[in-house]
Design a binder for this molecule. Structure first.
Ligand SMILES: C[S@@+](CC[C@H](N)C(=O)[O-])C[C@H]1O[C@@H](n2cnc3c(N)ncnc32)[C@H](O)[C@@H]1O
Length: 218
């Protein structure tokens, strides 16, 4: 989903943290696993030499930015082919996450780095292909089982951002048919997101995070 008025809160935080990690860790040929419409192409462009997106043929997203059609379990490329990888908001959609992490390991060169973003407290989306939520302990277990070294696993928010963003999504869900308050919802939504952003700066209770960003090295 693209950044809009109703979700700028989480995208602002996600993009800021992704940029920080990309600056520090990404380089060379980048593989974007489950790339969808490749929303981070421009953000990542300064740090990589090539941005190759892989996604499956049945994706619900626009396919025009997909470079390789395959699955996260079988990426049509040879071993050690990429210097870095990103897999953003995909792991929850995979029935067999361990197999997909293993496949990412295979296509990365030794010492190559992958960045994963993975939701923890979040609603069902892209149904029926929405299978799991992960704690940071589950993520660490999976990455290390496959052989990755975990460099970072950071909670991107606390309670206020998670609650605030879900509250706003729910407001928009009600904003249909005769209950179309339009501008009122937009204004209320922006206010809630601003307050949530501020409160999270004062009180970031990470056990309520909506998402983790993990950095792992082969
Ligand atoms: C929530 S979207 C995230 C898209 C993009 N990475 C982003 O951050 O906006 C989940 C993506 O995972 C892809 N996906 C789901 N199952 C997959 C599979 N088995 N192999 C490859 N991609 C898959 C979907 O097609 C979709 O593009």
């Amino acid at each position: 989903m693209a950044k809009t008025l109703k979700n700028w809160l989480i995208y602002t935080i996600h993009d800021r943290e992704l940029k920080r990690s990309a600056q520090q860790y990404l380089g060379g040929r980048l593989l974007d696993i489950g790339c969808g419409d490749k929303p981070y192409k421009d953000l990542l462009a300064p740090y990589v030499t090539e941005h190759v997106g892989v996604d499956h043929a049945d994706t619900q997203h626009d396919k025009s930015n997909i470079d390789l059609f395959g699955t996260a379990y079988e990426i049509p490329t040879e071993d050690d082919a990429f210097d870095s990888a990103i897999c953003s908001a995909v792991l929850e959609h995979l029935e067999e996450p361990e197999l997909a992490i293993r496949e990412c390991y295979r296509v990365l060169r030794p010492s190559g780095v992958a960045i994963y973003t993975v939701p923890f407290i979040w609603h069902i989306h892209e149904a029926p292909r929405d299978f799991y939520r992960y704690s940071k302990y589950g993520l660490k277990y999976l990455f290390e089982k496959v052989g990755f070294e975990v460099l970072e696993i950071n909670a991107l928010s606390g309670f206020w951002v998670t609650f605030g963003q879900l509250f706003v999504y729910n407001l928009y869900r009600l904003n249909k048919g005769p209950l179309r308050w339009l501008r009122v919802i937009d204004i209320l939504g922006v206010l809630v997101q601003l307050v949530a952003y501020g409160l999270d700066k004062i009180d970031k209770t990470e056990k309520w995070t909506w998402m983790y960003l993990a950095v792992v090295r082969k």
